[in-house]
Design a protein around this ligand. Structure first.
Ligand code: ADP
Ligand code: ZN
Length: 642
C-alpha cells in the first residue's frame, strides 16, 4: 500500500455514503484486523451478499496485499466486486479502464445506487459534465473513476492523476491488450506504460476470456517488474464451468415449433435467440410477435436508432426476447438473461461457450438450447473452406468444428465434452440433457456398413438424400437416371425410417466414419475409419434419442433457486415487482439494478416491516436499505393490511 496515503473527504451528495466511507486515517483498511474479514463485511453492508463466489475472495486478498492481479473469471461470476471492494477499502482513488461507454454508464449507475461515489469521464458526455466530474475527482470526492483507455493515456490526464492518491487501477476486458487474442484493441496497448507512471499502484486486470498465451501476455504488459526483472503479480483463473446453465441440444426438425414451444414455456423470462442471418432475425422476431411474445430483432444492418431502442427495451423490461445475429452480445451486461437459444449450430466451441455465457450472469438457473442439423454442418464446413488460408489452418478449423459436432451428439455428459475442449475435467454435471435423460446407445455396425457400401457403389459422389433413398428402395427419377434401382443394396433398408437413416449418417459423419465433401455438394466419401469398420476392426454405435426430437420430452425446467412461494406470497411478490418497475422507471435504470428477483422473493417470504429487518434480506446493503426500504415496506404493510 502506498505510504503517502492521505485522508480524503469521501463525500457524495449522498450524506450516508460520506458517513460510511469517510476515511479516518487515509486507509479504511484496518491493518490490525483480518483483511479478508473486512472485505466480507463490505460485501454484506454494501452489496447485501453473504458470501464470496468462486475465487472472488482470493482476487481481493491479492489486491489488498498490494499485488497486481490478473483475474480470469467466466462472465457473471462477479468480476466487478473484485476491484470495487479493494477500491472501497483502500480509500483514495481507483481508476477503472473500460472499453465501452455503455458498460461504464451502467456500472456507475449501479455503484451510485449502492451509495458509492463513482463517476465516469467519457465521450458521450458534454465537456462541461466531464469537467465537473474531474473537479470532484480532484477534490477527492470520487472513489471510482471510469475512463476509456485513450483518454486515460494522455499526458495531461496522467500528469493530473499523478498528483492524486491513485490506490488501484482496474482494467476491465483486459484481454483487449493482447495481440494474441481476437479482440485486440490498439487503444489498449498504451496501457502497457501504466507501470511506468504508477510503479507502486497495484493493477487489477479482469477478463472472461484468456487462454494461457493471452494470460502471459497480459501479465507481461501490465505487471510491474521486480528488482530482479521478473514480472510481479498473481494470476487467478476461475474455471470456465457455468454450472447454473443447463445445456441442451436438439436436432432441428420443425424449428419454428421447437422455438415457440421453448419460448412460450418461459413467457415471463428474458432470453436471446441467435439466428444466422439478418433476414432470419427479423422474420423470427415477427413470428414470435404473432404469438404474443415480446420479441425484437437486432442486427448490424438495422437503423441504429431502432437497434438502440430494441436494446433499451431488452435491458429494461423483463420477459423480452432479443432475436439477434451474433453481433449482439459484446457489452450486453444484463445479468438476468434466463436463456440463450441457438436456432443453428454456432461457428465453433469458443464462440458457443461465449454466446451461452450471456445467460445467467446472476448465477441463477438458466438454459442454453441449441438446434442443429446436417445442413448446419454442411454450411459451416463450406464457410471454413471459403475463408481460405493454408492447409493447416483449414484442417484446424475443421477439427474445431468436429469438436462442436461431437458435443452435439455427445453420448455422455455434455458439460464434460464442452469443458474437456477447454482443458478442464469434471464429474458428470447432472444439469445437461444427457445427464438428466441418458441416451441409449444402439449397436449400428450393420447400418453403418450399408451406408458405406451404398456410398462406395455409387462412386462417392452422392449426398445423404440419394444414398438414403436408394437404401429405402425409392424409384424416383434421379434414382432411375443413374440406374440406382438396379443396385443390390436398393431397398435393403426399407424397415428403417428416413429420419433414422439421416441420424445414423450424421453420427457417422460426426465420428468420421464418413466424410462430407463440401466441394462436391456434400457428397459422402469413405474414410480410414470406414475401412476399419469394413474389416471388423472397430464397431459403430449410435444414440437413438437424437433420432426423433419431436418425441423428445420438452426440456424439464431448471429447478429455480428462487424460493418456492405459496399463492399468497406470490401476490405480494407481484406487488413488489410492480413497485420495483416504478422505481426503475423513476431512477431510469433496469429493474434488476434496483433489486433482483431473488431479493424480491426473499422479501415476499420474510415480509420485513422495519428498516433493520429489511437489511436482513438477501441483496440489501445499507445504501439500498436507506433508498428503498420505505417504498417496499409500504407495499408489504399494505398487503398485510396494517
Ligand atoms: P461479471 O463482470 O463477472 O460478468 P458482474 O460483476 O456484473 O459479473 O456480477 C454479476 C452479478 O453477480 C451482479 O449482479 C453482482 O451484483 C452479482 N454478484 C457479485 N458477487 C456476488 C456474490 N458474492 N454473491 C451474490 N451475487 C454476487
Ligand atoms: Zn451433464
Amino acid at each position: 500500500m502506498p505510504p503517502h496515503a492521505q485522508p480524503l473527504p469521501a463525500s457524495d451528495d449522498d450524506a450516508f455514503a460520506a458517513e460510511l466511507f469517510e476515511p479516518t486515517d487515509g486507509l479504511l483498511l484496518d491493518a490490525s484486523a483480518d483483511p479478508q474479514e473486512q472485505a466480507r463485511q463490505m460485501l454484506k453492508t454494501v452489496y447485501g451478499y453473504d458470501q464470496f463466489r468462486g475465487r472472488q475472495a482470493e482476487v481481493i486478498d491479492s489486491l489488498l496485499a498490494g499485488k497486481s492481479t490478473l483475474a480470469v473469471m467466466p462472465t457473471g461470476m462477479g468480476k466487478s466486486v473484485c476491484f470495487q471492494i479493494p477500491a472501497l477499502l483502500f480509500g483514495g482513488l481507483t481508476v477503472v479502464v473500460s472499453p465501452l461507454v455503455a458498460l461504464m454508464e451502467d456500472q456507475v449507475m449501479a455503484l451510485k445506487l449502492l451509495g458509492i461515489a463513482a463517476d465516469s469521464i467519457n465521450s458521450s458526455r458534454s465537456r462541461e459534465d466531464n469537467v465537473s466530474v474531474w473537479r470532484k475527482v480532484a477534490a477527492g470526492e470520487i472513489r471510482l473513476l471510469y475512463i476509456a483507455p485513450e483518454r486515460l493515456m494522455t499526458e495531461r490526464m496522467l500528469a493530473a492523476l499523478a498528483r492524486l492518491p491513485v490506490r488501484l487501477i482496474a482494467i476491465d476486458e483486459a484481454h483487449c491488450i493482447s495481440r494474441w487474442g481476437p479482440s485486440f484493441r490498439p487503444d489498449y496497448e498504451g496501457l502497457t506504460r501504466l507501470t511506468d507512471f504508477f510503479p507502486k499502484t497495484p493493477i487489477a486486470a479482469l477478463t472472461a476470456t484468456a487462454d494461457e498465451a493471452t494470460r502471459e501476455d497480459i501479465a507481461e504488459k501490465l505487471f510491474p517488474r521486480t528488482l530482479a526483472g521478473e514480472r510481479d503479480g498473481n494470476v487467478i483463473v476461475s474455471g470456465f464451468d457455468r454450472p447454473n446453465i443447463r445445456l441442451s441440444v436438439q436436432l432441428r426438425n420443425d424449428w419454428k415449433k421447437q422455438l415457440l414451444d421453448f419460448v412460450e414455456a418461459r413467457r415471463d423470462q428474458s432470453g436471446i435467440v441467435y439466428c444466422l442471418s439478418r433476414r432470419k432475425t427479423e422474420e423470427t422476431a415477427e413470428f414470435l410477435k404473432e404469438h404474443g411474445i415480446k420479441a425484437f430483432a437486432y442486427h448490424a444492418g438495422m437503423d441504429s436508432n431502432i437497434r438502440a431502442a430494441h436494446q433499451a427495451l431488452f435491458m429494461r423490461e423483463s420477459g423480452t426476447v432479443m432475436v439477434a445475429t451474433i453481433a449482439f452480445g459484446m457489452g450486453i451486461d444484463k445479468p438476468d438473461v434466463r436463456y440463450v437459444f441457438h436456432t443453428n449450430l454456432p461457428s465453433n466451441m469458443e464462440a458457443y461457450a461465449q454466446e451461452i455465457g450471456r445467460a445467467g450472469r446472476d448465477g441463477e438457473p438458466s438454459e442454453a438450447m441449441m438446434l442443429y442439423g446436417l445442413d448446419d454442418i454442411r454450411m459451416r464446413r463450406s464457410f471454413i473452406d471459403n475463408e481460405g488460408g493454408d492447409e493447416d489452418h483449414l484442417a484446424r478449423e475443421h477439427k474445431r468444428l468436429d469438436a462442436l459436432i461431437a458435443y452435439c451428439e455427445a453420448p455422455s455428459c455434455r458439460r464434460q465434452s464442452l469443458l474437456v475442449y477447454f482443458g478442464e475435467t469434471i464429474e458428470p454435471c447432472h444439469n445437461c440433457d444427457v445427464c438428466l435423460d441418458p441416451p441409449e446407445l444402439k449397436e449400428g455396425t450393420s447400418e453403418a456398413l450399408s451406408l458405406i457400401e451404398v456410398a462406395e457403389q455409387t462412386g462417392e459422389i452422392f449426398g445423404a438424400v440419394q444414398l438414403i433413398d436408394i437404401l429405402r428402395g425409392l424409384t424416383h427419377e434421379k434414382i432411375k437416371k443413374y440406374g440406382h434401382h438396379k443396385l443390390a443394396c436398393h431397398g435393403t433398408g426399407k424397415t428403417t425410417s428416413k429420419e433414422d437413416w439421416r441420424a445414423i449418417l450424421r453420427q457417422m459423419v460426426a465420428a468420421n466414419f464418413l466424410r462430407l465433401d463440401i466441394q462436391n455438394h456434400g457428397a459422402l466419401k469413405l474414410t480410414d475409419k470406414s475401412d476399419q469398420l469394413k474389416k471388423s476392426e472397430i464397431r459403430f454405435s449410435y444414440r437413438t434419442d437424437v433420432m426423433a426430437p419431436s418425441e423428445l420430452s420438452r426440456p424439464k425446467r431448471a429447478k429455480s433457486s428462487l424460493p418456492e412461494l405459496d399463492n399468497a406470497d406470490k401476490d405480494l411478490y407481484e406487488a413488489l415487482r410492480a413497485a420495483r418497475s416504478d422505481l426503475a422507471r423513476e431512477h431510469k435504470v433496469p429493474a434488476y439494478v434496483i433489486f433482483t428477483d431473488k431479493t424480491l422473493a426473499d422479501m415476499a417470504i420474510q415480509k420485513p416491516t422495519t428498516r433493520p429487518d429489511f437489511l436482513l434480506i438477501h441483496g440489501v446493503g445499507s445504501s439500498k436499505q436507506r433508498k428503498f426500504a420505505d417504498a417496499f415496506i409500504d407495499v408489504i404493510e399494505n398487503w398485510l393490511n396494517i
